[in-house]
Design a protein around this ligand. Structure first.
Ligand code: ABU
Length: 795
């Protein structure tokens, strides 16, 4: 093929009249492995243009334009070699036509050394828009940067503010991405990741998934695009949650062709599935007004027919819609040749005035080179690709077209005119899931709350406990004058029952959470819980503590003191003292470092209802201060001390029975129970704090259990006693009723009897002593009288 093209070029040269031929070099990418092999369609288009130009008598009169071309395979090294061959082999070339960005970059950077103009019909690299680096370059192909404002416009239209970029590591795409980044920055669009690859996109595509990329701009040549699409299929990065932006100049069936040849291990069906719904942006390369007659006298449709015919002759299955690569850009190649012809024509006219001609051009002739430059620069005509004109950077100015692959066919969605910022939208877009895919996984924060049935059960239990406590308070007050109640310190009992009510209220408050309370009011809930629990504990436990404390004092004080009746205010002192410490600590806590709502977040959870776009982030509310551990340490330390001291007292007085506190043993049992449960519950709740149900169930059950057991231990014997002996008289006068066993009762009765007998015996003995003492006194008196009589007689 190479040989044929080269020989073809030379033969035309030798056959024509050398003196009147204007020679241009052509570098066409034809049979490479990667990159853009657009010469396949662009070379036939250029040849059509050559024929048309040469057929025109009003153009280049007396001269014929000849093209000498070769294949660059879109490889810069080979492209450079082709260029050197063209330059160093006669005839003298006046200009170079080139395609494919990498080759154009190399050629255009070198061509300036030979004062040679380069016209690129197929090079989109934004890097080429650099007059300092490429002073002799022009291109009919628009810069890839024209896509970027269009992409941004679409992102704004669909509300995407978070995108990812996947690019092939080629200068054309690197410079396009740099421009895209600048546009994104200006528009406030976040680029979540920028992945690039040389030839294997596997890792890059996998990284896109990891980064939760949803809207992805892909920049690569078509061969790489097929590999990417296969990886997209394998990593399931397509469908209703993803939007891909591809370059629009691939052929329409690009994702179905060459799969086997390129070793792509995805089937045509899989490629179609992955490609469905993607968007493309492309600069308009075909004159959109199909009725408009262009400079060649053809409309763009006429050109299409002629090109199709030429391609058919070259063996392409055009009727089967199998277009060669570069079909999209063919009008650019056609117009490039026309631009050259027009520019040469203009230059010749100018040179003729000075008695010169283009035939005088050599690689060292800067003057004629400048004339050619000026002529191309000022060229403007209506070509089959639209209006051909060059910017100061040598770039083509063009509209962009947006298409979407829908049911395996590209559907035009609209056009965007960057210059006028005008988006013409046809409202034909269709999304796989029926809605615009979101640009990110929507994370829904979901508050973890206490399970409703659990809360309902615990609340019911607590309410039952509170009602029971109220009932017992009433019972306690009603029967306060009966010995069974009176000798159990009814005031202490009432305080204990009130404490139970408060603790049960605290248990309910522990289950109240974000389901019922707004975040603004949560701080209040935190304080309520802390106060209720601390105060309730001090009241309930303090009352029991007071009793064991009294019993302990009874065993250690002198007998006379213990017989004294205990004053009511003294009973309250202990509880009052505990409450004062509580209030002091809680007030300090609340003022200095109040409990606040702190939200604990958990790892994202899988989407529900197969909705890939929504992930759940569980949240759990906690009440915490800044120095939480310090405050908890102080509270737990204080309560722990009271618990341990109560435990000690209960143990010390375990076998002591005093008449004034008839239920001390039950109070002791209750204290053991409370201490054990508190010592277990406090550390366990710290460990399971992140499991709201377990933590709530554990703490509330512990509170409920303590309260119910304490109430039962202290009051059931009293209630039974009152029920058994409805009247005070019938009650066993020692006010037991507080848990004495029958053996105790028997022994007590025996002791009472024995005591009574001993009392009687003592009374008898005392009577006897008294009588004896009396007799003794009488005898002494009698003896004294006898002695007196004897003395009197002696005198
Ligand atoms: N439209 C084809 C562009 C090819 C390239 O820039 O290399």
């Amino acid at each position: 093929m190479l040989l044929l093209m080269y020989v073809g070029g030379l033969s035309r040269y030798s056959e024509g009249r050398p003196d009147n031929d204007l020679h241009i070099g052509g570098i066409f990418p034809m049979e490479g492995e990667g990159g853009w092999q657009g010469g396949q369609a662009c070379m036939p288009a250029a040849e059509l243009a050559l024929a048309d130009v040469n057929a025109r008598s009003d153009l280049l009169s007396g001269f014929k334009l000849l093209l000498h071309s070769n294949d660059s395979k879109c490889e810069p090294g080979l492209g450079a070699s082709v260029m050197y061959n063209l330059l160093y082999n006669p005839p003298q070339k006046l200009l170079l036509l080139a395609g494919c960005s990498t080759v154009c970059t190399t050629v255009a950077e070198a061509a300036k050394m030979w004062n040679l103009m380069v016209l690129c019909y197929g090079a989109s690299s934004p890097a080429l828009s650099d007059r300092a680096r490429f002073p002799t370059l022009f291109r009919t192909h628009p810069s890839a940067t024209v896509h970027n404002p269009t992409r941004i416009k679409l992102m704004q239209k669909f509300g995407w503010s978070r995108i990812a970029i996947l690019q092939q590591a080629e200068e054309v795409f690197i410079s396009t991405v740099e421009d895209l980044e600048a546009h994104c920055k200006k528009s406030g669009i976040e680029i979540v990741t920028r992945q690039s690859f040389l030839s294997d996109p596997n890792d890059a595509v996998r990284n896109l998934r990891r980064q939760d990329a949803r809207v992805i701009v892909g920049l690569f040549y078509v061969v790489a695009a097929r590999r990417v699409l296969c990886e997209v299929y394998k990593h399931r990065l397509y469908g209703k949650s993803y939007v891909w932006f591809f370059i629009g100049w691939y052929e329409d069936n690009w994702f179905e062709t060459n799969l086997e040849r390129e070793g792509i291990d995805c089937t045509v069906e899989q490629m179609r599935e992955a490609a469905e719904g993607h968007l493309t942006t492309e600069a308009l390369m075909w004159n959109q007004n199909s009725n408009q007659t262009t400079i060649s006298g053809m409309t763009s449709e006429d050109f299409r027919s002629r090109l199709n015919e030429a391609l058919r002759e070259a063996g392409y299955d055009i009727d089967g819609e199998r277009f060669p690569e570069g079909y999209q850009e063919a009008p650019l190649a056609y117009d490039a040749v026309w631009a050259v012809a027009l520019a040469f024509n203009k230059t010749m006219e100018k040179l003729e005035k000075n008695g010169l001609s283009l035939k005088n051009f050599t690689y060292t002739n800067k003057k004629i080179a400048d004339d050619i430059y000026e002529a191309i620069n000022s060229t403007s005509f209506l070509g089959v690709s639209g209006l051909v004109a060059f910017s100061s950077q040598g770039d083509r100015i063009a509209l962009t077209q947006i298409e979407q692959l829908s049911n395996n066919h590209y559907v035009k969605l609209g056009y965007y005119d960057t210059q006028a910022d005008n988006l013409t939208w046809l409202d034909r877009e269709q999304w796989v899931g029926g809605k615009v895919p979101p640009d990110r996984t929507v994370v829904v924060n979901e508050l973890r709350t206490v399970s409703l049935p659990l809360f309902a059960c615990m609340t019911a239990l607590c309410i039952a406990g509170i009602l029971a406590a109220i009932g017992l308070i009433v019972f306690n007050i009603m029967h306060r004058h009966r010995r069974v109640i009176q000798w159990s310190h009814p005031a202490c009992n009432t305080v204990m029952l009130c404490g139970c009510c408060v603790c049960l209220g605290a248990a309910v408050a522990l289950g109240v959470d974000g389901r019922w309370v707004t975040p603004q009011h949560y701080t209040g809930l935190c304080a309520t819980r802390a106060w209720l629990l601390a105060i309730g504990f001090s009241m309930a436990y303090g009352a029991m503590f007071t009793k064991v404390w009294r019993v302990h004092r009874h065993t250690t004080k002198p007998k006379a003191e213990t017989k004294k009746r205990m004053h009511g205010w003294k009973l309250y002192t202990m509880v009052g003292g505990l409450l004062v410490v509580d209030v002091a600590l809680l007030t300090a806590w609340q003022l200095r470092d109040p409990l606040q709502r702190r939200v604990e977040t958990f790892p994202l959870e899988a989407p529900r209802h197969h909705d890939d776009d929504v992930h759940i982030r569980p949240e759990l509310e906690h009440c915490e201060s800044e120095h939480n551990t310090v405050w908890l340490g102080v509270m737990y330390g204080y309560k722990g001390l009271v618990l341990v001291f109560g435990l000690f007292l209960a143990y010390e007085t375990r076998s002591v029975k005093i008449r004034q506190i008839n239920d001390s043993r039950y109070v002791g049992m209750s204290i053991y129970n409370v201490v054990v449960l508190c010592l277990i519950t406090a550390p366990v709740t710290l460990v399971i704090a992140s499991q709201q149900d377990a933590a709530f169930a554990f703490v509330s059950l512990a509170i409920v259990f303590c309260c119910f057991l304490s109430m039962a231990l202290i009051f059931i014997p009293k209630v039974i006693e009152v029920i058994r002996h409805p009247t005070e008289r019938a009650e066993s006068g020692r006010g037991s009723g507080s848990g004495s066993t029958p053996a105790d009762e028997e022994r007590y009765r025996e002791l009472v009897k024995e005591n009574e007998e001993l009392q009687k015996l003592i009374a008898q003995k005392e009577e006897r002593i008294r009588v004896l003492k009396q007799k003794l006194a009488e005898r002494e008196t009698a003896a004294a009288d006898v002695t007196q009589d004897v003395q009197d007689e002696q005198v």
